[in-house]
Design a protein around this ligand. Structure first.
Ligand code: NCD
Length: 352
């Protein structure tokens, strides 16, 4: 059977996705039933970038399933600091572990990892590109709170350009007749490949620059922090930071049934006073992340989830995105995919 990976949330069919979300909710209700189902299996967490929730929830997910965990959270303590390539680290790790979760600062790194891994690869965040397991977390929470994913008006606010959780969530929600309200500054709007995805889905999408004007019609508000580490310079970050704040005053304009989500960590975009509002669900969301990852690991280890690495045609061109993994690890084959707007890099989805 070909190896299956979760690089992009759309690697899961709609049916598979529902299966995983429902399993996550089932595990949350009856956790003991699932203790030990991954006995003898090993998860490797290769974290080249800082993480609190994603790494700990992956680890606790595997431990609760009865499996074991190896890995690193600081590449400086590994052979990466001696110049080892991503290919070599992954190839070798996949001989030790049954499943790999990788987080890396370069876009497309999980796709690259899947090329060389002998076991399933899970993308735990690849630069400012994608974060599919955060989406599983978000959708599990929405299913619990709303009872459906269909037809919701979803506001996304903050750094929509660099926020990988936003990109993955939009891709997933584009399948559910969502009405998107994108709230950001002009500089931090969604990238073209996400815009194309909304267009292709036929979902409606409006853009706004003020949270107080957008908030009254929302069923869901997804707040995000401005991603300081993705800016080219500190000056550019300084110009964007602190623009959006959710506070109790703005919440007075919102629906009673609004669900407030945030992938966390927050900086200053949600005031602490909001934590007491019953509509604030971000801490529950973080806990749901563990159940979502338990469901995903269980599914992946039975070999049926995710898609085998697609075969992409070679691209003669270098990817123009300097944050793309192909511009860091030069041995990677250049590959392309054809999108509605033309050829894009198969790793980071930038236009070629
Ligand atoms: C997010 C991430 O790493 O992209 N955090 C997370 O995984 N829960 C969001 C962020 O860092 O802003």
């Amino acid at each position: 059977m070909p190896r299956r990976h979760l690089v992009d949330i759309c690697d899961l069919s709609k049916e598979e996705l529902y299966g995983i979300l429902n399993l996550a909710l089932e595990i949350k209700r009856f956790p003991k039933k699932y203790y030990g189902i991954c006995d003898g299996r090993i998860l490797a967490t290769l974290f080249y970038e800082p993480s609190t929730r994603t790494q700990m929830s992956f680890q606790t997910a595997m431990l609760r399933l009865g499996g074991k965990v190896i890995g690193f959270s600081d590449p400086a303590t590994t052979s990466v600091s001696k110049g080892e390539s991503l290919k070599d680290t992954v190839k070798m790790t996949s001989g030790y572990a049954d499943v790999i979760a990788i987080r890396h600062p370069y876009e497309g790194s999980a796709r690259a990892c899947a090329l060389y891994s002998d076991c399933p690869v899970i993308n735990a965040g690849d630069g400012g590109h994608m974060h599919p397991t955060q989406t599983l977390t978000d959708l599990t929470t929405l299913l619990l709170e709303k009872g459906t994913l269909n037809g919701l008006t979803v506001g996304m606010c903050g750094d929509l350009k660099n926020g990988r959780t936003v990109h993955s969530l939009i891709k997933a929600m584009s399948r559910y007749r969502t009405k998107f309200v994108l709230i950001s500054t002009k500089e931090l709007r969604i990238p073209d490949y996400i815009r194309d995805c909304i267009t292709e889905s036929g979902c409606s999408c409006v853009e706004a620059e003020r949270l107080d004007e957008a908030i009254p019609e929302l069923d869901v508000l997804y707040m995000t922090r401005i991603q300081r580490e993705r800016f080219k310079s500190l000056t550019e970050y300084e110009e964007q930071k602190g623009v959006f704040h959710l506070d109790n005053q703005k919440l007075r304009l919102a629906k009673k049934e609004l669900t407030i989500l945030h992938p966390l960590p927050r900086v200053d975009e949600i005031l602490v006073e909001v934590d007491e509002d019953p509509r604030a669900k971000y801490f529950e969301q973080a806990v749901n992340g563990m159940y979502a990852r338990m469901a995903l690991i269980a599914h992946m280890l039975d070999g049926r989830t995710g898609i085998p690495m697609p075969v992409y045609p070679p691209s003669g061109r270098r990817c123009p995105n300097t944050a793309c993994i192909t511009n860091k690890e030069e041995y990677l084959p250049r590959m392309q995919r054809v999108d509605i707007s033309g050829p894009v890099c198969a790793y980071c989805e930038s236009k070629l």
